[in-house]
Design a protein around this ligand. Structure first.
Ligand code: FE
Ligand code: FE
Length: 196
């Protein structure tokens, strides 16, 4: 017996995101399911987290800020300058309140999918990586390599993704959430330990 009605969740989600976002979300859902199979994680949790990870993405930025204030979701300085970052924490809230997902593992995977964080659980890593490698993605450097690494050495895939993300944000002079740096430093050290 499955715990979640994924078909029903999909129908609902479709009303709140645009078509491109919905297609991306499907890609993340199936990629996450495949990675869960690969690593013996819970397939259904991976599907639900993948499906809902961007459920708040299409809310206009001003409304994101307003909702966070309304729901008492903390907003950092970086987030108030780049409200799109809030779609992760706001998404976790909406998944709980509007899609009735009570599982803390799923909710935290949604909450940290944009920046990553140190010592992620397998489900958190699966969603973080799936978001980066799902089949509709095409622009990131090293994508082929990371796609393959994801299924053979997920920690190394996470490390490479964080590294490339930091390089990208630096080049774009885009706003950088310190959480990404903290996550990168953790996985960099982990890779060095493995090498030693
Ligand atoms: Fe996202
Ligand atoms: Fe996404």
């Amino acid at each position: 017996m499955s715990t979640y009605n994924i078909i029903k969740m999909q129908k609902k989600l479709k009303k709140y995101v645009d078509e491109m976002r919905y297609i991306h979300t499907q890609g993340v859902m199936y990629t996450a399911a495949a990675l869960a199979m690969c690593y013996g994680a819970d397939i259904e949790k991976a599907q639900v987290a993948g499906l809902l990870h961007d459920c708040a993405k299409c809310i206009p930025n001003a409304k994101k800020l307003k909702l966070c204030r309304q729901y008492n979701i903390p907003v950092s300085d970086v987030e108030s300058n780049s409200p799109y970052l809030l779609h992760a924490s706001l998404g976790a809230y909406i998944a709980r309140e509007k899609y009735h997902v009570k599982d803390p593992e799923i909710l935290s995977a949604i909450a940290c999918h944009t920046t990553g964080k140190p010592a992620m659980t397998m489900l958190e890593k699966i969603i973080f990586i799936s978001d980066y490698i799902e089949p509709m993605r095409s622009k990131a450097p090293n994508l082929e390599r990371i796609r393959s690494l994801a299924f053979s050495d997920i920690d190394y895939a996470v490390f490479t993704t964080l590294r490339d993300t930091l390089i990208y944000l630096e080049n774009e002079k885009a706003c950088l959430d310190n959480q990404t740096v903290v996550a990168y430093n953790y996985y960099k050290e982990l890779m060095e330990e493995e090498d030693a």
